[in-house]
Design a protein around this ligand. Structure first.
Ligand SMILES: [Zn+2]
Length: 159
């Protein structure tokens, strides 16, 4: 057995799984692989010891290490300002495309087919969509919008 084959098969073993006859044979004849396996086992046992010192939780079949989760808590929070700007840009694009609808070919075609009565319901639906967009935007960005509202609308600061 070649060393690469041995290491490949060794890597595929589950933790605590018995090494087969051929793997043991290679291991007993190859000092190079013996050294590598010893390194691997030392690393694994060091990891297991460190792991036992901290509690773990199982989530969705995956073991989530609380150490990682606590490290995530220390990371800077994702900036929401950029997010809010994306929303504002999306809303502006929506509004602009609404404004350009009367100039589109499809619109004039639809107006020919359905008559003038078609444009009012269309703009009512689009306006409703835009209003919904605004409501969702404000609802999801209350914390960020609060200072602006206070500054520009002169609301009393909460105590
Ligand atoms: Zn070997």
């Amino acid at each position: 057995m070649r060393c690469s084959t041995f290491l490949d098969r060794y890597d595929r073993l589950d933790a605590g799984e018995e090494t087969g006859f051929f793997l043991r044979l290679h291991l007993s004849n190859c000092p190079d692989c013996r050294r590598k396996v010893a390194h691997l086992e030392a690393a694994v046992s060091a990891w297991m010891e460190a792991d036992e010192a901290s509690p773990r939780t199982r989530e969705g079949g995956e073991i989530v290490d609380l150490r990682i989760m606590s490290a995530i808590g220390l990371l800077p929070r994702p900036r929401k300002e950029l997010h809010a700007r994306n929303w504002a840009v999306s809303g502006a694009v929506f509004l602009l495309s609404m404004a350009f609808i009367p100039f589109s070919k499809d619109f004039s075609f639809l107006r020919q087919v359905f008559g003038e009565g078609y444009s009012l319901p269309l703009f009512l639906v689009l306006g409703l969509g835009l209003a919904l967009f605004g409501v969702v935007f404000i609802g999801t960005h209350m914390e960020e919008l609060e200072p602006y509202v206070k500054r520009h609308l002169g609301g009393e600061p909460r105590t």
